[in-house]
Write a protein that binds this ligand. Structure first.
Ligand SMILES: Nc1ncnc2c1ncn2[C@@H]1O[C@H](COP(=O)(O)OP(=O)(O)OP(=O)(O)O)[C@@H](O)[C@H]1O
Ligand SMILES: [Mg+2]
Length: 247
């Protein structure tokens, strides 16, 4: 029971079934894992292995079919929709592959948007500080189209961190970026863990990205099949190659 309270995020026998009858898909087949405070975890595995489903359930974006999710000791299953929305808003940051910034708003306005939608007043000073933290102090007035992909993703990270969430989830955050921009985003995530004790959980297909994490969880067919620590990008490639279906 103590594990449910000390980990930032706890998953217990997490199961997710989509559809029924012939269309039934078992996306998660009972995953149990803890994400401790101030750790960087990468989730890897073949396409369709359940990585995004796991992230969405762990973040309270989807409700699992079975099992339990706790964030900062709070059991998500005990919350109604209002409570779940509030917990997501206050405790969870989420970053997507496609950045999902609002194109008509400036970087600063994008960062402040979720807080403003939640009815919170925001100051120019705290928005500037949030952008400075991701290395974009001089870009507050720029719109997404005036920023590089890597800069847009860093704005998305600043937005996700604005409410000081307990955990930052990222689903292939470098998937749309070139190698140099990827490096900047990964260095930023690593710094958040090392210097700000942020808990980060990142899905990635990129072994170089995964090598930045403290631990790599490998999913296959909705199951946790491996946990790797202190491994090189090369050995990650070899481990994943064994799981990929040969076409
Ligand atoms: N909304 C949905 N309705 C029905 N099936 C779904 C839905 N979302 C995902 N699935 C199925 O669940 C399984 C796991 O999907 P998921 O998106 O979690 O995989 P993934 O590991 O993130 O894959 P990828 O690397 O391609 O992003 C897949 O078989 C997928 O087709
Ligand atoms: Mg996915």
């Amino acid at each position: 029971m103590s594990a449910m309270t000390t980990a930032t995020v706890s998953l217990r026998d997490l199961r997710m079934v989509y559809g029924t009858g012939e269309r039934r898909v078992l996306a998660l087949a009972g995953v149990t894992v803890d994400f401790p405070p101030a750790t960087f975890t990468a989730i890897m595995g073949p396409s369709g292995s359940g990585k995004s489903t796991l992230l969405h359930c762990a973040a309270g974006l989807d409700r699992p079919t079975g099992g339990r999710v706790a964030i900062a000791g709070k059991d998500l299953g005990s919350l109604d929709e209002t409570g779940l929305t509030r917990l997501r808003r206050d405790r969870v940051g989420f970053v997507f592959q496609e950045f999902n910034l609002v194109s008509s708003l400036t970087a600063g306005q994008n960062v402040a948007l979720p807080a403003r939608l939640a009815g919170r007043r925001t100051s120019a000073g705290e928005i500037a500080a949030a952008l400075a933290e991701v290395g974009l102090a001089d870009r507050a007035g720029h719109r997404p189209s005036e920023l590089s992909g890597g800069q847009q993703q860093r704005v998305a990270i600043a937005r996700a961190l604005f409410n000081r969430p307990a955990v930052l989830f990222a689903d292939e955050p470098t998937g749309a970026l070139d190698s140099q921009s990827s490096r900047q985003v990964l260095d930023l995530l690593r710094t958040l863990v090392d210097e700000h004790r942020q808990t980060v959980v990142m899905v990635t297909h990129d072994p170089l990205a995964a090598a930045v994490a403290n631990e790599i969880l490998v999913l296959a067919d909705g199951r946790l099949v491996d946990r790797l620590t202190g491994v090189s990008a090369e050995s990650i490639v070899a481990r994943l190659a064994a799981l990929e279906p040969t076409c």
